[in-house]
Write a protein that binds this ligand. Structure first.
Ligand SMILES: *Cc1c(COP(=O)(O)O)cnc(C)c1O
Length: 440
């Protein structure tokens, strides 16, 4: 009799037949619902990663799935050679929610970024009068904008670049959060600044207060486009619909992706006002799958769900709980955690690299039923679906606390007696809280 395949067998197949460009956590996801993921053996995990914000709506949101199913009864792909009934309403909603006049749909985030780069350069040439081929785009050190050969060319991560040259020119670096270096990098040929409002891959790096206001003013004064990459930070992740709102500014161009696909498929877009976007003329840019009917139907529903379910407000509220809970773990961590930072449901926990690695800690978390992801060796990212409940956040923080305590004990930072005591106090607080909730 054939037994059902185990996690090990699936991992074996990926390792044997797949390119080796990833080193996944050894969890084989079989199925998922909202914020819970199950592996092949039926073990349950709290998803504190949400596929880097691609699953901000939770797994298989019923309204997004229904919208996809309705569209699949009609038509899925036609290419942009023809008009359709799904694209217009999607673009209208995108413009209405972002406040921009025009939207250009693509599929992956990196394509959205490529679109922004092309738009900025052509604007530089056609509107600003920069000689074709001379335009420069300023990018931040520590940036992450995707994996195409142009984009990795201006990454400052060796791992992303090594061996992949030659790279496209026309990009200059500045230090994230540092206006002096922006000023120094700007020339008459600068057409745009391309920047993440919060640097995700760099370790959830929040900019210093006022930086974006000054950057906005600088760009306006110098006739330079400010383009924010909100592929990860956008659509509610930081407790605002867009992270630029925290800074009290409005960019000239906006790139969206990840959550725009409602957790079921890849949908991205570049947005700008007509004065910028209209540099594109028929034939100058395109994509076979960009804005296909299925993607448009899914994207439209994804946007409506964010509004109807007040996911932005939820992210702000539960983000406070997540941040303060993780700060509490830091305070008791005997120096194992050196910083906790973030906005909304997006928090980076920075470990002391002499005491623990991010990878080791996320594997321990996974073994106890919490999925997260390390970045830059020392940072653990917590970014659950925006639909997560208070209780699940509490559970995840509790499990993280156990993992941290356990590591502290192994390192001799905490005696087993004091760890027992700490766990007992936690338990008592939990019981008390449950009691209070039952009374209320
Ligand atoms: C994920 C991401 C991208 C790239 O998106 P893909 O869909 O992987 O191509 C670009 N910019 C930021 C900020 C991202 O987080």
């Amino acid at each position: 009799m054939k037994t059902t395949a185990t996690s090990q067998e699936f991992i074996g197949k990926e390792n044997r037949f797949g390119a080796r460009n990833y080193a996944p956590v050894p969890v084989v996801v079989d199925h998922a619902k909202d914020c819970i993921v199950w592996d092949v053996e039926g073990r349950e995990y709290i998803d504190m990663m949400s596929a880097y914000s691609a699953v901000s709506h939770g797994h298989l949101h019923p309204r997004v799935v229904a919208a996809a199913q309705r569209q699949l009864e009609k038509v899925a792909v036609t290419s942009r050679a023809y008009h359709g009934t799904a694209l217009g309403p999607f673009l209208e909603k995108l413009c209405e929610m972002t406040g921009f006049e025009r939207a250009l749909p693509m599929t992956t985030g990196a394509e959205g970024v490529e679109t922004a780069i092309k738009c900025a350069r052509r604007w530089g040439n056609r509107v600003k009068g920069i000689v074709d081929g001379q335009a420069e785009i300023l990018v931040a050190r520590g940036n992450f904008h995707g994996r195409t050969s142009t984009i990795i060319g201006f990454s400052t991560e060796d791992e992303y670049r090594d061996g992949f040259g030659p790279f496209a020119g026309g990009f200059k670096h500045f230090d994230f959060g540092d206006m002096a270096s922006v000023r120094a990098a700007t020339t008459a040929n600068t057409c745009a600044v391309l920047i993440e409002p919060i640097q995700g891959e760099a370790g959830v790096v929040v900019p210093p207060r006022g930086f974006f206001k000054q950057l906005r003013e600088w760009c306006t004064q110098n006739n330079v486009l400010l383009i924010t990459d909100e592929i990860q930070s956008g659509l509610g992740r930081t407790g605002k619909l867009f992270a630029f709102e925290h800074e009290g500014i409005r960019p000239d161009g906006l790139i969206l992706g990840k959550a725009l696909g409602g957790g079921v498929m890849a949908v991205s877009a570049f947005l700008a006002d007509a004065r910028v976007m209209d540099v594109f003329s028929p034939g100058s840019h395109g994509s076979t799958f960009g804005g296909n009917a299925l993607a448009a139907a899914v994207g439209l529903e994804a946007l409506k769900v964010i509004e109807d379910e007040k996911l932005v407000e939820r992210s702000a509220r539960l983000g406070e709980q997540l941040l303060s809970g993780l700060r509490g773990v830091m305070e008791d961590s005997r120096g194992l955690i050196r910083a906790v930072r973030g906005r909304g449901l997006w928090v980076g926990v920075d470990l002391n690299p002499e005491l623990a690695s991010g990878r080791e800690m996320i594997e321990r978390l996974a073994a106890r039923g919490v999925l997260s992801k390390d970045t830059h060796e020392t940072v653990i990212r917590f970014a659950p679906p925006l639909t997560i409940s208070e209780q699940l956040i509490e559970d995840a923080i509790g499990i993280f606390r156990q993992v941290v305590n356990e590591k502290c004990m192994e390192l001799g930072l905490m005696s087993s007696a004091s760890m027992d005591l700490a766990m007992k106090i936690d338990k008592l607080l939990e019981i008390e809280e449950l009691g209070e909730r039952a009374m209320a």
